[in-house]
Design a protein around this ligand. Structure first.
Ligand code: AMP
Ligand code: MG
Length: 394
């Protein structure tokens, strides 16, 4: 059995970043990964401008309480004239500083006196001036290849006038679900059948990561059917992800099917919930087989598949580090594998444990807001500091 750390390390090392790029509108690039660096082709802001509504002056001309004639009016978006010596220019936030001026006095510090303005306190050069290029310098590297584009990165690109960006193409992930007991919501359940809930969990998780899903549906517990599904998946996708059928019962055919169609690198990982978990390749297409139990497939996706997919997507992002938090529960079952317990922050600043940690109990995942990562053979006493991974950080 492979340790969790070794499994994660070898998975990440095996992930081949996708080489396909595509050009997309910046407006619709949220969540995408930049395929190439972006250099600034202008200064932001493009010129010195006012941070306040007020009066632009040359600081050296101004003493407290002297009256300055108002020589021009500069709204945002207009082109100023050079400042006449010994005068002030009425100016508004975002408007360009006129040549010859070097400070803005905010209007709350000024008294209007007919055609003149008096400032109460003499300004310093640079006061309330936003400098050309203080946000971004022309020619500088703004974002690196591998950056994940969040809303703030999109705004930064837009401030540079970048209308389209080259991002890593969407990963095509082929999925199928094994199990003769599985039915789809909308169908009726006969005795012994259950709904294919994992499909909905995986759709959500893959969708959040910006993957395109090639859905091969439910595959019968049958070696030939499984091999056929794997072959089709390998043709159509960058990665094959399956769910269920990776154990060693007579009805579990995924392991044998992968061995027949490609190679299996490992099929048991010391993680709970989780093992069995298989990875290998079908033809040249990488393959990961998740366990069928709903909590197991959810947790193994979060902890092992996500970092792997991020690498394939060309993202530089690594795994988040766990937060130290106080356990307000005890965990007295020592197991030789790394456990991921479903927990939730409480009002006292500690963590509560969902009472049923069964690998089929999906309610534990809806109740929880994160996982506690518990090292092999480790007991937890109430009050211990544990490693907490909020779902939101995964
Ligand atoms: P398996 O890994 O195929 O042995 O399945 C382990 C458990 O997970 C069994 O109780 C299955 O019925 C259940 N299971 C397998 N696949 C799914 C699925 N797609 N949705 C919900 N439960 C599943
Ligand atoms: Mg099964």
């Amino acid at each position: 059995m492979l340790s969790f750390e070794d499994a994660r390390t070898s998975l990440i090392a095996a992930a081949q970043p996708l080489q396909r790029g595509e050009c997309v509108d910046t407006l619709h690039a949220a969540g995408r990964v930049l395929a190439e660096e972006v250099l600034a082709s202008l200064n932001v802001p493009p010129a010195d401008n006012s941070a306040m509504d007020g009066y632009a002056v040359r600081a050296a001309d101004v003493a407290a309480n002297i009256a300055l004639p108002i020589s021009q009016r500069i709204p945002a978006g207009s082109v100023p004239q050079p400042l006449l010596p010994g005068t002030a220019a009425r100016i508004f936030t975002g408007a360009q500083i006129p040549p010859g001026a070097d400070a803005v006095v905010m209007q709350e510090r000024c008294v209007l006196d007919g055609e003149n303005v008096r400032v109460e306190v003499a300004p310093q050069a640079g006061d309330n001036v936003r400098r050309m290029g203080e946000d971004i310098r022309d020619g500088s590297e703004v974002l690196k290849a591998g950056a994940v584009l969040r809303s703030q990165e999109l705004g930064l690109l837009a401030s540079l006038g970048v209308a389209q960006v080259t991002v890593v193409a969407r990963l095509r992930v082929a999925v199928f679900f094994t199990g003769d007991e599985l039915r789809m919501p909308g169908e009726s359940l006969a005795q012994g059948q259950i709904y294919n809930s994992n499909r909905f969990v995986l759709y959500g998780l893959l969708g959040e990561m910006g993957c395109d899903i090639v859905d091969l549906g439910i595959v019968r517990d049958d070696l030939q059917a499984t091999r056929e599904a794997l072959r089709q998946a390998a043709r159509d996708a960058d990665l094959i992800l399956t769910c269920g059928g990776v154990s060693v019962g007579e009805e579990d055919h995924v392991k044998a099917a992968v061995e027949a169609e490609g190679a299996l690198q490992s099929w048991r990982v010391a993680i709970k919930p989780g093992k069995p978990l298989a990875f290998g390749r079908v033809g040249e297409t990488p393959f990961i087989g998740l366990p069928g139990n709903p909590v197991s497939s959810f947790v193994t996706f979060q902890m092992l598949v996500k970092p792997y997919l991020r690498r394939m997507q060309g993202s530089a992002a690594s795994m988040p580090s766990a937060l130290p938090m106080r356990a307000d529960f005890a965990w007295k079952k020592s197991v030789p594998v790394r456990e991921f317990l479903r927990v939730r922050r409480n009002a006292e600043g500690g963590l509560d444990l969902f009472p049923n940690q069964g690998s089929g109990v999906l309610t534990s995942c809806t109740w929880a807001d994160g996982l506690v990562e518990n090292a092999p053979e480790t007991l937890i006493n109430a009050g211990d500091v544990v490693r907490y991974l909020p779902f939101a950080s995964l």
